[in-house]
Every structure is written in C-alpha cells, then in structure tokens.
Design a protein around this ligand. Structure first.
Ligand code: ADP
Ligand code: MG
Ligand code: ZN
Length: 618
C-alpha cells in the first residue's frame, strides 16, 4: 500500500447539494421544453375534436402531440383524472386538470436518503478504522497515509530523582544523558554512542519511568510507541508508523525514541511462522524497525531506548551490534532500594510521625517499584476510609496484607520459610567457592527472585579468560554448583526442588569429564563422545562411541563424580556452619550482599581441609 496516497475524502453535504441540484434541473428541463402543460378537460376536448395526433399513456399522465399547435407548441402533457369524475365534470362544463405531483420529495426519499445513509455509515466506519490505525480520522480513503499516533512529550517532567532503587541502571544511563545534551562534543573523539539501549527487567520495575527520566534529564523530546499497539493492525500500517516515528524524531533531534514492550513486535521471526501465516504485519514492522535502526547514525543525536521483560524471545537480529547493542538490567529493588522508592512515592502523601519506611521496606520483599507505588496509594486509601488525617504504620500494614494476597496469587513472592532456604542455598554456593583455592571470587549474592524460576542468585566473576581447565578446576566448579543443595542438606536435613538447575549443570560437567576429557577414574583416557560437528551435527546431538556395557559404566562414573563433589561440599559447609548461619541471616535481612560487606564475611571462611594430593592421584 502506498503511504503517500493523497487524502481524497469528500463531504456528505456536497453529495446532497448535488443531488438536489440534479433533481431541480430535471424538473425545470421538463417544464421549459417545448411542451404545453394542459388541463385534462382540455385534453378530453381535443380528443373529441380529433385534434390529437398520438399519445403515450402512463399510470397518471398522458403525453402526446397535437395535430395543430397549443400556444405555439406541438407537444403536450396532461395529468389524468378519474374517468367517471371526468364525465361528470364534462357534463357541467368544468375546466379540470389532474395535479402534477411534486416529484422531488418522493425521489429524495426513495433514493437520495438511502444513499446518504449508506455514505454516512461508510465514512463513519472508515473514520473509526483510521482512528484505530492511528491516523487523524480521514475516512476510508486515507488508510494509506497514516500519520502515526506517535506519542510525543516535549518535557516528560520525570527526572532521575523520581526513579529510585535502581542505582546501577541509572549510572549506566547517565552516559546517554550526557550524549543527548551535547551530541557534537561527544563525537569529538570519534566515540560511537550505542544506537539502541534495551532496558530489561520484570514488569513494574520502572523501565518506562527510567526512559522518561533520561529524556527529562537531557531535556529532549520523548517519542514513544508501544510494541503491543502493533499487534492488531493491517499489514503495512505498522511499518508506516515506524517510518513516521523516526521521521518525526529526526526532525526534532536530539531526541529519544522509546519502544515499549519491544517483545510484542520483535518476537523472533521463526516462532511467528509456527502459528501459520497472519503474522506478516509483525514481520514487516520488525523489518522496518531494523531498516530504520541501520539507517541513522549516532551523530544524528537520536537515541533509541527499548524495554522488555522477555529478552529471550526477541529476534536475534534486533540485538546485533549497531542495533540494540547495549542492555541495561532493571532489577527488582532490594531492601535499601525499596526504602528509597517508598520515599519517592510518599512525598505526595501525609505520613504520620511514627511511620518508618525502612520497616515497611522490610515487610515487602519481592515488591517492585510499581507494587510499592501501589502500596503507598493503598495505604492512603485505607487512612482516608477510616477518616484519618495522616497515614499511620497500621494503614501500611493493612495495605501490605491486601497487596501481598494479590501478589501471592500471581506466585511472585516467597514465604519466609522459602526465603530462609533460599538464603542458605545461595550462601552455600558462596562459602564453597570461598573455601576452594583458585575459585572465581563471588561478587554478589541476592535472594531477590530474578527471571523465571531463579529464586536467588550468586554471581561469580572470573578474574581471567580461561582456555584450559584442569581437573581440579572442573571439580571446583561442580562443588560450587552443588554447594547450594549441600547447604540445604546440612542445615535443614532435607532437600528442595530449588537446586534442579544446579544439579543438571554439575551433572553436565561430570559427564563431559568422563566421556570427553578422559577423566573418569575407571574408564581411562578414552573419548566416548565427540563434539557434534558438521551438517545437522548440532541437531543430532553428540556422537556416542561406546557399547551398551560401557554406557552403564559411564553412568556410574558420572554419579561417583557428582556424589564425591556433593560430599566434599557438605564437609566444607559443615566446617563453616556458624558462618553459614550468620551470613544467611545477614542475607535474609539485607537481600543482597556485595562488595566489602560480602568480602568481610567470606574472608572468614575456613579453606577446605582436604589434602590436595588425593585429587591428583586418581
Ligand atoms: P515497567 O515499565 O518496568 O513495567 P513502569 O516504569 O511502568 O514499569 O512503572 C510503573 C510505575 O511504578 C511508575 O510510574 C512509578 O510510579 C512506579 N515505579 C516503578 N519503578 C519505580 C522506581 N524504581 N522508582 C520509583 N517509582 C517506580
Ligand atoms: Mg513499562
Ligand atoms: Zn543454586
């Protein structure tokens, strides 16, 4: 569809005027023709006097020609009068005529009105459709030129001060602000600004807010559009909109273009096809977006921000270098972060003197920024309902209970018991890592749920790139992975399902050690599986090069390796039990541990007491 088709909308009023005009003209034409309009009585008389040459008779009128002339006209027309009545009138010498009905009104009623109604309906629907498509209603004819319903704010009135608890993300975005304030100066050294920055994080953590804050801080216009708006559109319209969006932003550069819910538009193309056609629209929109991304260079002063809570479903083409090549994680806030967010949102409400926001924050683990904003509002409502003047701590408690119930239904919050298990589990990973010499240092531990399935996380940061790993190092990796489960076992004496992912990773390492690196104690330096290679290789999986009996031996060897690692991890944790409990308590209270605090705790870990020689022999 050509988006540049000029609008050819027309007006209902013109149609009606034209219709009236035609009818009036027709009437006048008939009247002004060389036709004499005569009374019926005169017609009767003419007939009797043999003065009529020929007639054409219709239901109510008679047209014809006279032999002579009437008022200098040869043709005549007359309206019929009922026969009996005519006779009677004739007898009494009355001049009579049938009345010429006014034909204009019935004609209007019989065809102009229906057509007008139809046209009106058509235009109404067209306009509504155009509205849906984002154009400023111009009838059906104007689908082609859809002026994008681009949402522009010249001043978002949001600054970084309004966004709290996501300090790391803010820090990363400050560079963008600096660039937008001075695009020329920034390019002075030839540094290239990332074109697209993708904000990734769970819903309600403040991604949209952050994007607006970047625009607000830099004082540039904020163009935004949401991926979900493209879902229900006609083919071609989405692409036209994307084009418009970039066109308009370019005219106002420096500016920010923000595409919210990018995953709704940028879902991997392969997965679209699976549903069988009908997804051309998304694909075209996505392609147009890619074209636009490639088409502007950073010196134009436009920065593209995107937001998604499902980066894993995005089309890889979107994430390539030169497109959305930088990702900023916007995570759920920890306890201090939550306090800061509560402070931001309680600026607008009246708090009683006794309200301790730190305490509210302690009661709301797992809440996102949006949940907390909602909480403050809910507490204000509770206070209003009881007729209070200020929001008390009790109001907050009532509000928390209410919101927690809702969130638990969505299965997002952990109960205290679960949190305790997760805290010990994560500390288990960290302590085992600290107890093994040469293990990558643990850099951050958190019990804030992240992503789907992960209840907490421990981040180890490698100190150098590694291309070769010794058997000891592989074992150490397994021990760290199993440390979480070992901690649960040592402390609670039972196991939970939270370690499934750790287990499968550890097993994978053990399996590779046995089948690929020849490290299985009883199986010798033999390769039992080769790396998948060649055409269809990856799909077919590894090639297995062993007999049935060997398969059993391999399974046993893998099990032995994993079991041995698990036992060693348990011993390490039992040795460090007081520290494990203490640090898990600390983690429960603070939710994330990092930096110097974490260093101080882990500095007290007893190294593993195992004679290192033993490992080298087998
Ligand atoms: P997302 O886009 O990540 O789903 P939003 O930015 O739409 O989340 O957040 C919704 C609302 O929640 C915001 O308008 C704001 O009031 C509140 N909010 C969310 N995160 C924060 C935060 N980090 N600091 C302050 N308010 C927040
Ligand atoms: Mg959002
Ligand atoms: Zn784990």
């Amino acid at each position: 569809m050509n988006p540049n088709v000029k609008q050819t909308g027309f007006n209902l009023a013109y149609v009606l005027i034209a219709a009236f005009g035609v009818l009036a003209l027709q009437d006048w034409w008939i009247r002004s023709q060389a036709v004499a309009t005569i009374p019926y009585s005169e017609f009767q008389k003419l007939v009797r006097e043999n003065g009529v040459a020929r007639v054409v008779v219709s239901a109510d009128r008679i047209e014809g020609e006279v032999k002579g002339e009437i008022d200098g006209k040869k043709r005549f027309v007359t309206n019929r009068v009922e026969q009996d009545l005519a006779k009677e009138l004739d007898e009494h010498g009355v001049v009579y005529a049938g009345r010429f009905e006014d034909r204009t009104l019935p004609l209007i009623l019989s065809w102009v009105v229906p057509i007008a109604l139809f046209l009106g309906l058509w235009m109404f629907l067209g306009r509504r459709m155009a509205k849906q498509l984002g154009g400023p209603g111009g009838g059906l004819m104007s689908i082609g030129k859809s002026k994008a319903k681009v949402y522009v704010e010249t001043d978002t009135r949001v600054t970084f001060a309004d966004v709290a608890g996501v300090e790391e993300s803010k820090e990363e975005l400050k560079e963008i602000v600096a660039f937008l304030k001075d695009p020329k100066g920034y390019g002075r050294l030839g540094a290239r600004m990332p074109k697209g920055v993708l904000l990734v994080g769970p819903p309600g953590t403040g991604k949209t807010l952050l994007a607006k804050a970047v625009a607000g801080e830099a004082g540039v216009p904020f163009f935004s559009i949401s991926g979900s708006e493209f879902v229900e559109m006609f083919v071609g319209v989405g692409a036209a909109r994307v084009r418009d969006l970039f066109e308009q932003a370019r005219a106002k550069a420096p500016a920010i273009i923000f595409i919210d819910e990018l995953d709704a538009m940028g879902r991997a193309r392969a997965s679209m096809g699976a549903l069988g056609g009908g997804h051309d629209e998304k694909e075209q929109t996505l392609n147009q977006l890619l074209v636009e991304l490639d088409g502007f260079d950073a010196s134009s002063g436009i920065v593209l921000l995107g937001a998604t809570n499902r980066p894993e479903v995005l089309d890889p083409a979107l994430l390539r270098a030169g497109r959305f090549d930088r990702q900023v994680l916007v995570d759920r806030p920890d306890r201090t972060g939550r306090t800061a967010i509560l402070e931001v949102h309680s600026r607008k409400v009246k708090l009683a003197g006794g309200v301790r926001l730190e305490q509210v924050s302690a009661l709301t683990p797992g809440f996102t920024g949006a949940d907390l904003a909602n909480l403050v509002n809910e507490a204000a409502l509770v206070a209003t309902r009881r007729g209070g003047e200020q929001i008390s701590m009790e109001d907050f408690n009532v509000a928390i209970e209410r919101i927690v119930a809702g969130l638990e239904k969505k299965n997002r919050l952990l109960n205290p018991r679960e949190r305790e298990i997760v805290a010990h589990h994560e500390m288990g990973h960290a302590i085992v890592a600290a107890a093994l010499p040469g293990c990558d240092p643990v850099h951050k531990i958190s019990i804030i749920p992240r992503g789907i399935g992960a209840l907490g996380y421990t981040i180890q940061r490698p100190t150098e790139d590694r291309y070769l790993m010794t058997r000891e190092e592989l074992e150490a990796k397994m021990l760290v992975l199993l440390g979480g489960r070992a901690a649960e076992h040592v402390v609670f004496g039972h196991l939970s399902t939270g370690a499934a992912d750790d287990l499968s990773k550890a097993t994978e390492i053990a399996r590779s050690m046995v089948t690929r690196y020849g490290m299985g104690p009883a199986l010798g330096p033999v390769t039992y599986e080769t790396e998948p290679n060649g055409f269809l290789g990856a799909a077919a999986g590894p090639r297995r090069l062993y007999a049935e009996e060997t398969a059993r031996e391999i399974d046993l060897a893998v099990r032995d390796l994993v079991q041995a690692a698990f036992d060693r991890a348990r011993v390490i944790l039992a040795d460090n039990r007081p520290l494990l409990d203490e640090s898990a308590r600390e983690l429960l209270a603070r939710e994330t541990l990092a930096g110097a605090d974490l260093g101080a705790l882990l500095g007290r870990v007893h190294p593993e007491r195992r004679p290192r020689v033993a490992a080298a022999v087998s």
